[in-house]
Design a protein around this ligand. Sequence first.
Ligand SMILES: NC(=O)c1ccc[n+]([C@@H]2O[C@H](COP(=O)([O-])OP(=O)(O)OC[C@H]3O[C@@H](n4cnc5c(N)ncnc54)[C@H](O)[C@@H]3O)[C@@H](O)[C@H]2O)c1
Length: 263
Amino acid sequence: MKFEKQDEKNKKPIAVIIGGGQGIGEATSIIMASRKWQVIIVDIDEKKSKKIAQKLGAFYFNADISNEKEIYTVSKKIEKNIGPVQALVVAAAIFQNLINSEDLRIEYWKNIIETNLTGTFIANKIFAKKMITRKKGSIVNISSIAALGSMPVQAYGTSKAGVVHLTKNLAGEWGRLGIRVNCVSPGSTLVERVKKRIKANRYDKHPSHFTATGKILHPNEIAEVIEFLCSEKSSGITGVNIPVDGGWHVATSWAQFGGLRTN
Ligand SMILES: NC(=O)c1ccc[n+]([C@@H]2O[C@H](COP(=O)([O-])OP(=O)(O)OC[C@H]3O[C@@H](n4cnc5c(N)ncnc54)[C@H](O)[C@@H]3O)[C@@H](O)[C@H]2O)c1
């Protein structure tokens, strides 16, 4: 990859999107690139990130978020060869199959915790280090509605609850150093994996059945909130977790009273 350092006159703020090769990360990359951002995609899947990056005229790097050395190398290359990172979005994560807790293998558990929670910490600490020297930066971590209640995804839900807690800790610690850290918790969002599950009838009911809006979320609806939190428009916000769930968490208890109103 040939690097071009930013031209001082037409300087755009740099946003690094980890997990930007697909799904919500991809939608965020597209939306942010269409605004004022110079997007850099980091993903474990080189084929996917290359495809999106080429479409956007963006840089991309291949790295595993759970590998501290790889993320450190990527951050060093970006800061040295492209420019200072102003925003970081951590959208990389892995999901889990439905398994009873008593049968869930520890290796399986560890892999999910290491990617989703430890990986988020690795990315936050490495990219924040340079942001702190400039006293400027905004980080957006991605959790899930699985962090907000009980679901049959024990390792995934626990990793995502950890991401919310980590976000609050880092926001408190780095606030006076000029770094804001926030979190977005999507509800069921129509990415390829979810489309396949719907097509294969793997949900008892369509995810839209459980939201107050009666709609499943589109990746752009999550990406818009992420872009807002990265930008100066949200300069007064740090340490929050914003559920972008179509009102999933306010709709569930209505089933007890015959379901949600439709007229
Ligand atoms: N789609 C949903 O319904 C939904 C709901 C709640 C939360 N989320 C969260 O939103 C975020 C994005 O989810 P998505 O549905 O777009 O997922 P996705 O699987 O479509 O995309 C995830 C991206 O992360 C990359 N990735 C995976 N492991 C990685 C690793 N170790 N290092 C670097 N990159 C890696 C993948 O290659 C992929 O490009 C995740 O944090 C997920 O937990 C998604």
